[in-house]
Design a protein around this ligand. Sequence first.
Ligand SMILES: *[C@@H]1O[C@H](CO)[C@@H](O)[C@H](O)[C@H]1NC(C)=O
Ligand SMILES: [Zn+2]
Length: 415
Amino acid sequence: MWTSWWLWALVAVCAGQTFRERAETIMRVTPVIDGHNDLPWQLLTKFNNQLREERANLSTLADTHTNIPKLRAGFVGGQLLLLQFWSAYVPCDTQDKDAVKRTLEQIDVIHRMCQAYPETFACVTSSEGIEKAFQEGKVASLVGVEGGHSIDSSLGVLRALYHLGMRYLTLTHSCNTPWADNWLVDTGDDEAESQGLSEFGKKVVREMNRLGVMIDLAHVSVATMKAALQLSAAPVIFSHSSAYQLCTHKRNVPDDVLQLVKATGSLVMVNFYTDYVTCSSKAKLTEVADHLDHIKKVAGAQAVGFGGDYDGVTRLPEGLEDVSKYPDLVAELLRRGWTEEEVKGALAENLLRVFKAVEKESDLTRTPEEEPIALNKLHGSCRTQYGYSAAPSLFHRPGALLASLAPLLLGLCLL
Ligand SMILES: *[C@@H]1O[C@H](CO)[C@@H](O)[C@H](O)[C@H]1NC(C)=O
Ligand SMILES: [Zn+2]
């Protein structure tokens, strides 16, 4: 093949290509896969999800890190090779309220985005679909649901979200669910409730394995990270987390967890948010590269990816201000001596490997998990209790238990 990689490499050397030019050469055949983009949240907060509003037009959308021209920028010849996991994120204050409804609406707005801009986005749900979208020069678009509260402790909701296209679920956002603990447990701001994953939380993980939904450990506590890494039958991802060793923020991944990432063939997609990169309000592109270097050193080059958190954060490093800047980060990795192979891994191939392993492990013919969460684990005052027998609920309401014993006690006294 005249266009094989070694020829490109030879051409590159002979022509004295700059690192940026080499980055572009690589990115012509290997897409950027970003594990986490919050554009759908911007569409909700700015336009209440009304895509047909003039200001919401993605070709001209201003004041966001992501729009169509920025997605196209930096890709020579107009060729567009990109994949975004669009985040269907709803905040923790929806927990025990309308979390499920709002999650459905965020998935809907992602689907409508693909429909409104079919020349740019292709909504896909499989590794095969990703590869087809790339061949067509489109932004392969997948749904990641950010926060276990979005399933409202229901395996039925988990399965329904899978059928709507969810291909990763972040086990928690910045709040505990009744079955998994979040990172604020590690700062002391929240109390551990599940010591990682509860028995029901383990069922959620096993059911995600059965369905073929990637397990995302961004935002969870270290105990939850370890529990999920040990339990999952397939590799897992951190869709937008950086290295704790370089910035001791509890949202980041500590080195002992990176060892488990290495052992399980899992993946850390580095977050660009300055607060997670330098633990301060300022950062540079090279400091993001330091995180990529560190994870590569501890867990191997196959464990590294990009998870920019664009449109989900307020502060980004100098040089990585929006989604047009990925080629500069790739150039920096090349400057640091990363091989072409390693760079391609970080760009796309590591995520594709994990996704394919998750698909391979999935088996929809296997019997689904059926046992629901215990009624007494559920909170919120607007719940009905269909399907639960009334008896177990007596035992978590001490008042009710006493009341039911009262006639008996009274009877004893009368004797
Ligand atoms: C966005 O604006 C362009 C013109 O700038 C127009 O052609 C396109 O139809 C608009 N798209 C939507 C979905 O409104
Ligand atoms: Zn997040």
